[in-house]
Ligand binder design. Sequence first.
Ligand code: ARG
Length: 244
Amino acid sequence: MKKLLALLFVVLMMVACFAGCGSKDTLVMGTNATFPPYEYVDDNGEIVGIDAEIAAAVAEKLGMELEIKDMEFDSLLTAVQSKTIDIALAGMTVTDERKLSVNFSDTYAKGVQVIIVPENSAIKTVDDLKGKKIGVQTGTTGDIYCTDEFGQENVNQYQNGALAVAALNNGQIDCVVIDNEPAKNFVKANTGLKILDTEYANEDYAAAISKENTELLENFNKALKELKDDGTVDKIIAKYIPAE
Ligand code: ARG
């Protein structure tokens, strides 16, 4: 009886291994799902948005299963470096500084850093930000640029854009510097706020991949190019950013 059970166990293990070995490779994407329309949690608790859909389309091309991990924006690059995730897609701007720690894919979208203020604000241009209390999401380019230009003492960091905008609504800060598309979403969800008609910085978004994983970088870029060429990327962007 014991022998039979042991044999059964071995057979079961073999079956389990076969099933496991036959299953698809997983592409683990990290993001920070507080950034509509690029990534956010929908009413069903699912992470959706432009980045999630582009990643899903790439994964499908590569014959891989997509798994999305939600984390703080400022831990994404370390997660890529430590290979906790394979790839970060998070409306992430390509910068020279970040290129020191990760590789970036070809870019798939453009972003603009804009300034959100109360409708009656005296702030009209970037120069008016001097000495004002600026809200940003921690670790973003908005954070980095404003800290460089206006000093750390004038920059209030928040875990995400929505919290920064809430602080602006409460009068705790004078403005929020953030990417234009999330800015539009936040302004729409609140009353009494507007986006200044001035561009603080123009940026390119791309996926971040470990410098050691050049194979994934090549495969991602190849799949991305096909998805750009066949109009899939444009379609995904148009779905989340309706033409005005
Ligand atoms: N584009 C900015 C940056 O790269 C902000 C990105 C924030 N993304 C997010 N998913 N919260 O720093």
